[in-house]
Design a protein around this ligand. Structure first.
Ligand code: PLP
Length: 306
């Protein structure tokens, strides 16, 4: 894992795979797609973005057209867009990207440990995640993975990676090889935490963990619907671990979330960017994805809305 939170993993993938003037396509339907484009621009890459309405998934026809009209070194997409609750169609995007010859970079910060993430089957060349979402670990590490194709690109760069701390060509010598070379002090406390978190998932069984996320999500959505609330995202693209619900017109967003925090000790997220004041984001991630939490939240919502 990269030492640092999910954004460090994001930055590590981009600074190592991209050089100045490289052509990149970023698929944007939320904050984290925007962040990928921002980092790519800072590297000096030539960045195209395809934008989609927040709350809707990446449209495959638009991607297909863009890839047939342009040649990219890398295409970047977010699997679970935490800012909107959308699951983007990563397997289908991966197919299109592989056919185009570009590398495929995926953000799995919120998806890993909550829904399947099949890196090789989905033609993913580079992927990063984070420890504090569905892995239920403290924040501080970003698990990353690279395909042979991506590794070749990293090892055959023309210019040095501009960021010393995240330079994988140096860190690889620390991670592997007979004679390990010190690069930076590894946050070993976090490695122990991640080990333990993964063991808990292993003990429960990955399929059971996914099923638990799915079940509590369904329970939450049914409960919210009974209270007359509507979800932002169409059913096939909803994330189980991040539930975006539309705020009813008569309800004051700040007041409602404040009451939830102070009276019920429950924190939910507000809307970001264009969805600010329009949605609430309810996380059911990892350890918190439990029926008793859904029950508690629905009781609080019922009290506050009536
Ligand atoms: C999809 C996604 N990508 C990237 C990040 C950034 O991760 P971090 O906040 O751990 O740096 C987040 C954080 O919420 C995220 O949800």
């Amino acid at each position: 894992p990269v030492s640092g939170t999910g954004s460090a993993g994001m930055e590590a993938c981009l600074v190592n795979l991209l050089e100045k003037e490289d052509k990149v396509l970023t698929l944007v339907n939320g904050i984290f797609g925007q962040r990928m484009a921002d980092i790519s621009q800072r590297i000096g890459a030539r960045v195209d973005t395809l934008e989609f309405e927040w709350g809707t998934p990446v449209n495959l026809d638009a991607v297909r057209k863009k890839l047939s009209d342009n040649k990219y070194k890398l295409v970047a997409a977010v699997h679970a867009e935490t800012s909107t609750g959308v699951r983007n169609p990563v397997p289908e995007i991966g197919k299109l990207v592989r056919e185009s010859g570009a590398l495929f970079l995926v953000d799995a910060v919120t998806s890993l440990g909550g829904i399947p993430v099949n890196v090789d089957d989905w033609n993913i060349d580079a992927l990063y995640s984070g420890t504090q979402k569905c892995l239920s670990c403290p924040p501080g590490l970003s698990p990353v993975t690279f395909s042979e194709r991506a590794l070749n690109v990293i090892l055959n760069r023309v210019t040095k990676v501009p960021n010393w701390y995240l330079d994988l060509s140096m860190i690889i010598k620390y991670w592997e090889g007979k004679k390990r070379v010190y690069h930076h002090t590894a946050p070993v406390n976090m490695l122990y935490a991640l080990y333990q978190a993964l063991m808990l998932i292993f003990d429960e069984g990955l399929a059971n963990v996914f099923e638990r996320h799915r079940k509590v999500h369904e329970m939450l959505v049914n409960g919210l619907n009974r209270l007359g609330l509507e979800m932002l995202v169409d059913k096939p693209y909803r994330l189980p671990m991040l539930n975006a619900v539309k705020i009813p017109e008569k309800v004051d967003d700040e007041w409602f979330r404040g009451e939830l925090r102070n009276r019920y000790k429950i924190e939910i997220g507000g809307g970001l960017g264009p969805l600010n004041g329009k949605i609430w984001r309810i996380g059911l991630m990892g350890y918190t994805a439990r029926e008793e939490n859904v029950e508690k939240l629905l009781t609080a919502f019922n009290d506050l809305l009536n």
